[in-house]
Design a protein around this ligand. Structure first.
Ligand code: 5AD
Ligand code: SF4
Length: 458
């Protein structure tokens, strides 16, 4: 069968789609462009904005393709979890709905539905344990994946848990992804080992809150710090990263790991959400500014050059001008290298829906613009400080923008910064993905760096 996967949302969804594509390819299915596909999978996200509308409009479009017998759509992810069999009623060509814990069963279900055109299936139950997925070919690849999926040669993601128990008052994730379920550490380590054997050099461990790994019924006594040390010891693994971390759960051992593990990248995404103690309290984050800054100091002591990034919500119900100024002040104190910032939006069923007063969209937008402008400056300054330094990048793929003459490749430095570099004597067909290259940074752009290769590596 020819199939196409459309993915919305976070890194975890991108990774889930990637796994699903590989699982279907191992069954002889072929990933193709939307216009050529017979079966479609829409992997949805509902963390922010109006995701249902977005999904409905995509389904409307896909319905136009589902005219041949046997052609159908599967809807997975957070919106599938929320709307459930409502999709079957609204869209007759939708024949599979699977929530977060149901994805492990999706490949088999897709096969069944391709055989039996009258069947419909739904997997929306939350499970108590991490649903281990079938193993797929983990060799790094690029050509097999339709554009937008983001699989990068030499680099891979590994799930270590699913769900979240934190119930931050603005967040829908615990409702759509269910309770936290840690994966068996031995399975995680085995997957990492297989990836490294197949040529992967960089692994990013994924979970909604990786720092509380093992602290649920799936736990086997192995903490997140233990897991990091074990994975770090895999011979041939050049780089490890992990995301996402909740500040309240980051253990001292994880902080010191940044000074001890040579292949743990000096980079951490540590969502702050707000710099105001009263807003943090109402968000249910269970830390305050002081604690957040203590963690940052600890990280900088362990790893002075660490690059920090964060998530920030502006316009949370009841956020005053002063609260917002507190957030702006934290930008100066921490000097995040980058931040992802959002206007608060009510998500169905979360506690903050009832919180008052709501901040007007006009004020929230003004705050967002101010914050983003300031952040852009700080980002630019951090990048400018890199000019003149030598670093090593893991090559990913040809750069989107090509200059004249030499082919440009894009890679990441250990801090997670994107570096574009022209490479002479390289042709379009040369696959350099996964190779490490020494570069001298020659120029800072707004969100990336430009460099030139040092020495002659090939
Ligand atoms: N409104 C705005 N932003 C939100 N996020 C999560 N829920 C909401 C919401 N209701 C943001 C948080 C989180 C990121 C993934 O999305 O900053 O860290
Ligand atoms: Fe949502 Fe909070 Fe869990 Fe993050 S930690 S997924 S913000 S509930």
């Amino acid at each position: 069968m020819k199939f196409n996967v459309i993915t919305f949302g976070c890194q975890m969804n991108v990774h889930d789609s990637d796994w699903l594509i590989r699982a279907m390819e191992s069954r002889g299915w072929e990933a193709v462009e939307e216009s050529e596909a017979e079966v479609f999978v829409v992997n949805t996200c509902s963390v922010r904005e109006k995701p249902e509308q977005k999904v409905y409009s995509v389904l409307g479009r896909l319905g136009g393709y589902c005219t041949k017998p046997g052609s159908f759509v599967a809807v997975g992810g957070c919106v599938a979890q929320q709307i459930g069999d409502g999709f079957f009623e609204k869209f007759p060509f939708v024949r599979l709905v699977f929530g977060s814990d149901g994805i492990a069963k999706a490949p088999q279900a897709l096969e069944e539905l391709a055989e039996d055109h009258n069947k419909k299936l739904i997997f929306n139950d939350f499970l108590t344990d991490y649903p281990e997925r079938e193993k797929v070919d983990s060799s790094p690849y690029q050509d097999l994946v339709p554009p937008g999926i983001g699989t990068i040669t030499g680099q891979a993601f590994v799930n270590i848990m699913q769900g979240c128990d934190n119930f931050c008052t603005y967040c829908i994730v615990p409702y759509t992804r269910g309770r936290q379920k840690s994966r068996d550490p031995e399975q995680v380590i085995e997957e990492c080992r297989n990836l490294v054997e197949s040529g992967v050099r960089e692994i990013t461990l994924l979970g909604q809150n990786v720092n509380s790994f093992g602290m649920d019924s799936g736990g086997t006594g192995v903490s997140f710090a233990d897991l990091l040390y074990k994975i770090s010891a895999i011979a041939g693994l050049e780089r490890i990263r992990f995301t996402t971390s909740h500040p309240k759960d980051i253990a001292p051992e994880v902080i010191t790991a940044f000074g001890e593990l040579p292949n743990l990248c000096p980079q951490l995404h540590l969502p702050m959400q707000s710099g105001s103690d009263s807003v943090l309290k109402r968000m249910g984050r269970k830390y305050d500014r002081k604690r957040y800054l203590e963690i940052v100091d600890g990280l900088k002591a362990a790893c002075p050059e660490i690059s920090l990034s964060t998530d920030i919500i502006v316009g949370f119900p009841g956020e005053t001008d002063e609260d917002f100024e507190d957030t702006m002040e934290m930008l100066e104190k921490v000097r995040f290298e980058s931040s992802f910032s959002f206007k608060y939006s009510d998500r169905p069923g979360v506690a903050a829906v009832k919180f008052k007063p709501k901040v007007s969209d006009d004020i929230a937008q003004k705050r967002l613009t101010r914050l983003q402008e300031r952040q852009n400056h700080i980002t630019r300054e951090s990048l400018e400080r890199c000019v003149g330094r030598e670093t090593e990048i893991l090559l990913e793929r040809p750069s989107r923008k090509q200059g004249e003459g030499d082919i440009h490749w894009r890679g990441k430095d250990p801090w997670g910064r994107v570096v574009n570099v022209p490479l002479s004597g390289i042709t379009d067909d040369d696959s350099l993905g996964g190779k490490l290259l020494k570069v001298l940074i020659t120029e800072a752009k707004n969100h990336s760096l430009f460099g030139k290769k040092v020495g002659n590596p090939w």
